[in-house]
Design a protein around this ligand. Structure first.
Ligand SMILES: CC(C)(COP(=O)(O)OP(=O)(O)OC[C@H]1O[C@@H](n2cnc3c(N)ncnc32)[C@H](O)[C@@H]1OP(=O)(O)O)[C@@H](O)C(=O)NCCC(=O)NCCS
Length: 162
């Protein structure tokens, strides 16, 4: 259940700084606005923002994002995240569902993504939406920050058919 009203909006060039801020809040190693702009300039790439609607006692606020790409009848989720304080309320699910629905409407037959094998919230979310594991990439994610003692993490490759 989404908490309050959440709008899923397309993120254009005017949203680069918001995307940079959201990415940094969601990942140990954030992507800067220039990197995000380059990613969005790739053919078939799109970005979306989840924005908490303004209410009587709050202003509209960005809560999450999704960066994805469509090519050759397939699509991939490149990166998605929800700010820590607003997780577990369905916002990530709304972002992923909007992307898979939009891709389906465009005739895409399969959406792919990679996710760390120990990322329980993301795995739970993706399975709920209809993604299933199809492969494993060993030592795919380098340890971030001070976690170099933990070693790299494997990634599951997941697929959602339309
Ligand atoms: C993954 C992420 C986007 C999910 O966003 P969200 O708004 O919390 O997503 P939802 O509320 O729609 O769903 C979260 C699911 O995780 C579950 N969950 C939450 N905390 C959990 C935990 N500590 N352990 C296991 N499951 C957990 C919720 O119960 C929910 O499960 P459900 O789908 O079976 O109902 C968010 O956790 C995030 O930004 N994480 C950091 C960035 C990241 O890992 N991105 C994905 C990389 S592939």
């Amino acid at each position: 259940m989404i908490w309050g009203g959440v709008d899923i909006l397309r993120a254009g060039a005017a949203s680069l700084e918001i995307l940079e801020t959201l990415h940094a809040e969601c990942f140990a190693v954030g992507w800067d606005a220039v990197s995000i702009a380059k990613m969005l300039a790739m053919p078939g790439a799109t970005g979306t923002l989840a924005v908490i609607s303004a209410g009587a006692e709050r202003e509209a606020a960005p809560a999450g994002f999704l960066l994805g790409r469509e090519a050759g009848g397939e699509a991939e989720i490149i990166s998605t995240g929800v700010v820590p304080a607003l997780r577990g309320r369905g916002i990530g699910g709304a972002l992923v569902s909007e992307f898979t629905s939009r891709m389906r409407q465009r005739g895409v037959h399969a959406v792919f993504l990679e996710v760390a094998v120990d990322n329980e919230p993301a795995l739970s979310l993706y399975k709920r939406i209809g993604f299933a594991p199809i492969g494993l990439r060993k030592s795919y994610y380098e340890p971030a920050g001070d976690n170099s003692s933990t070693g790299p993490t494997d990634a599951l490759v997941m697929r959602c058919d339309s």
